[in-house]
Design a protein. Structure first.
Length: 566
C-alpha cells in the first residue's frame, strides 16, 4: 500500500476516516503544544505573527503533518502493509525515517530537496521585493490622496475594524444595519478602519478619495504609518527565519523540525506583515494622543488581529476592546478557537462577541475561561426579513455557492460537471455564486475547467441569490447556515482528502441537509431534496425557527446598543 501524505492527496476512505478521527482527538494536544512554544516566545512579537503560531490550517500544514505522523503510527500498529509513504516536506521525511525504522518502507519526498530549497529562497526574495514595492506605493498613493481636513475628534472615539475590497469599499459587507440603529449624535464618534485588500494600484487612489469624502467616518491606516514602520514590518520576513524553537518530544517524534521548517515558509506572510503594521498603527495613534473609548475588531484570530490586541493592551490598557466573530466557526478551523496562552499574553481580546448562542459553547474548547457574549449577526440580517419566503418562493433554481478555498472550488465543480454530463435534468435552472477571494477566472486559469451554458454565474448579493433558490449546493461556506435559516435545503459537498471543515453542527435538524462525498451521493441528495421535494412546509419552518433561535441574533436598536456600549 502506498500512503500519500501530501496536503491535497486523496487517501483511501477508511484511512481518511482514521485521519479525521485523529484530528478531532488531537486538536487539544496540538493547541497545547503550540501554546507551550508561544509561552517560551512570549516577548517575541515575530513568533506571534508567524505561520506556526497561527494554528490556521488553511495556510499552515503543521496540524495536518502532526496528524499524519499519528496516522502512520496507528496504521503500523494495526498491521497495515505499507510499501511507500509520500510526503511533501523534508522534515516529515526525517521524522518518519527515525520513527518507523523499517527499511522495507520507502519514504519519498515528493519534492527534490534541492528544488525545495531553491523554491523556498526564490519565494523569500520575491515576497520581500514585492512587499517593499507594494507597501511603499500604497503609502505614496495614500499621501497623494490626502486632504487638509482631519476628521478625528478630540473626544474619545469608537474604532471599528473592517475590510475594503472590490465592490465593498463603501458598501458594508461586515456591519450591515449597525449605523442605521445608532442615533445621529452617537454616529459622529464612530470611525471605520478599513484594511484594503485585493485592490490594484490603479484603483487605490480613488478608493482613498472615496473613503475621505464619504459621509461615514473612516480612519485611513496609511495616514499614520511611517516609513520605519513599513521597513520594520516587512523585514519580519528575514527575522522570522532566525527563530528556533525547542519543545519536548511528542510521542517519540520531534515536532521542532516541522515548526522550524514552517518558520521559513512564505505562506501567509501578508497577514504577518499586516499584523505588525497594525501593532505600529495603534502605537502611532497613541503618540498622536488619539483617545479611543472602544475598539471593535473583526476577529478571526489572524496575525493582523493579534497585532491590534497586543498593541491595544500595551498602549491603551484602559480602552474597552471587543473581538467580533461575525461568522460561523467550522470544525477543525483551529484559529477560531482561542487558546489559554493567546489570552494570557493579550493576543486575543478578553471579550469576544458571537452571532448566536449555540456558538458560545463550541468556542471554548481550548479555553473555558474565555469571556463570550452574543451580538447582532450584521452580515446575515437578511435572514430575519425572509419570513414569508418559504411560502412565496415558486422558482425551481439550484444555487451553487463556492467557498473561499481554491482547491475545494475545483473539487466541487468537477463533481457537479460529471453529474451534469450523466444527469443534465438536475441542472436545468442552475446558478453559480463565486466567493470574492476566488473568482471564476482564477479557477479557469488553475484548472482549465469551464462551466457549461446551463450554469449561469450570479453577481448579485448572496441574500438576493438565495431568495430565488429551491436548493443550495456548497462546501465549507457559511451560506449553508444562511440557507437553512430561511428554509432552503442544503447539499454539503465534503472533500475526501485533508481536514474536514464542516460548517453545519450536528445539532441542526438533519432532514434539511445532506452531506455528500461523491457524485453518486450528490445525485441521491438532489433526488431527495430537489426532485422529489420530500421536505414538507412544517419541517422547513421548524428548521428555520431552530436556526434563527440558535445561530443568529437580530439587528435592532436594543442589540446594537448592547454591542456598542460594552
Amino acid at each position: 500500500m502506498i500512503i500519500n501524505l501530501c496536503n491535497e492527496a486523496i487517501l483511501e476512505k477508511d484511512i481518511h476516516q482514521k485521519y479525521l478521527k485523529i484530528a478531532r482527538q488531537k486538536q487539544v494536544d496540538f493547541t497545547k503544544l503550540i501554546d507551550s512554544i508561544s509561552k517560551n516566545n512570549k516577548e517575541n512579537l515575530d513568533w506571534w505573527m508567524s505561520l506556526p503560531a497561527s494554528r490556521n490550517p488553511f495556510i499552515s500544514n503543521l496540524f495536518h503533518n502532526y496528524c499524519c505522523i499519528y496516522l502512520i503510527q496507528l496504521l503500523i500498529k494495526e498491521k497495515y502493509f505499507i510499501s511507500k509513504i509520500i510526503v511533501d516536506s523534508p522534515s516529515m521525511k526525517k521524522i518518519l525515517l527515525k520513527m518507523i525504522n523499517n527499511k522495507k518502507i520507502i519514504i519519498k519526498n515528493k519534492n527534490n530537496i534541492i528544488f525545495f530549497t531553491i523554491k523556498n529562497y526564490t519565494l523569500f526574495f520575491l515576497h520581500l521585493i514585492n512587499q517593499l514595492i507594494k507597501r511603499f506605493i500604497q503609502l505614496i498613493i495614500c499621501f497623494l490622496s490626502k486632504q487638509n481636513n482631519n476628521n478625528l475628534l478630540n473626544q474619545p472615539i469608537t474604532i471599528i475594524d473592517t475590510f475594503g475590497l472590490p465592490n465593498y469599499y463603501l458598501k458594508d459587507r461586515y456591519y450591515s444595519g449597525l449605523l442605521e440603529n445608532i442615533n445621529l449624535k452617537n454616529r459622529k464618534n464612530i470611525f471605520f478602519l478599513p484594511t484594503i485588500v485585493m485592490t490594484n494600484y490603479f484603483n487605490l487612489f480613488s478608493t482613498y478619495k472615496n473613503y475621505r469624502s464619504n459621509k461615514k467616518n473612516f480612519i485611513i491606516k496609511e495616514d499614520y504609518i511611517k516609513i520605519p514602520d513599513i521597513i520594520y514590518s516587512i523585514f519580519y520576513i528575514i527575522r522570522v527565519r532566525f527563530i528556533r524553537v525547542k519543545t519536548k518530544y511528542s510521542n517519540k517524534f520531534n515536532i521542532d523540525l516541522l515548526v522550524n521548517e514552517e518558520l521559513k515558509s512564505t505562506k501567509g506572510v501578508d497577514l504577518s506583515i499586516e499584523g505588525l503594521i497594525n501593532y505600529r498603527f495603534i502605537k502611532r495613534l497613541y503618540k498622536r494622543n488619539v483617545k479611543i473609548n472602544l475598539f471593535i475588531d473583526w476577529w478571526e484570530n489572524h496575525a493582523l488581529d493579534k497585532g491590534f490586541h497586543k498593541s491595544l493592551y500595551n498602549y491603551y490598557p484602559k480602552t474597552k476592546v471587543l473581538g467580533y466573530l461575525g461568522l460561523f466557526p467550522r470544525s477543525l478551523e483551529l484559529k477560531l478557537f482561542p487558546s489559554i496562552i493567546e489570552q494570557k499574553y493579550h493576543f486575543t481580546p478578553k471579550k469576544i462577541a458571537v452571532i448566536g448562542k449555540s456558538i458560545m459553547k463550541d468556542l471554548k474548547i481550548f479555553n473555558k475561561n474565555q469571556k463570550l457574549l452574543v451580538a447582532p449577526s450584521f452580515r446575515f440580517n437578511h435572514v430575519w426579513s425572509s419570513k414569508n419566503f418559504i411560502q412565496k418562493n415558486k422558482k425551481n433554481n439550484i444555487l451553487i455557492v463556492m467557498p473561499f478555498i481554491l482547491d475545494e472550488c475545483i473539487y466541487i465543480i468537477k463533481n457537479l460537471l460529471e453529474l451534469n454530463t450523466s444527469n443534465p435534468r438536475y441542472f436545468k435552472n442552475t446558478f453559480v455564486k463565486f466567493h470574492p477571494l476566488v473568482s471564476y477566472s482564477l479557477i479557469k486559469s488553475k484548472s482549465k475547467i469551464f462551466l457549461p451554458s446551463n450554469f449561469k454565474i450570479m453577481f448579485e448579493d448572496t441574500s438576493k441569490c438565495l431568495q430565488n433558490s429551491k436548493l443550495v449546493i456548497t462546501g465549507m461556506s457559511s451560506v449553508s447556515i444562511e440557507s437553512l435559516a430561511i428554509g432552503i435545503p442544503v447539499i454539503l459537498i465534503k472533500r475526501n482528502y485533508g481536514l474536514d471543515y464542516d460548517p453545519i453542527s450536528n445539532k441542526v435538524p438533519k432532514l434539511m441537509y445532506k452531506k455528500c462525498n461523491n457524485k453518486n451521493q450528490i445525485a441521491q441528495a438532489i433526488e431527495t431534496l430537489y426532485i422529489n421535494n420530500d421536505i414538507n412546509l412544517k419541517n422547513k419552518k421548524d428548521c428555520r425557527n431552530y436556526m434563527l433561535n440558535n445561530f443568529f441574533t437580530k439587528c435592532n436598536k436594543k442589540t446594537v446598543s448592547n454591542f456598542i456600549n460594552q
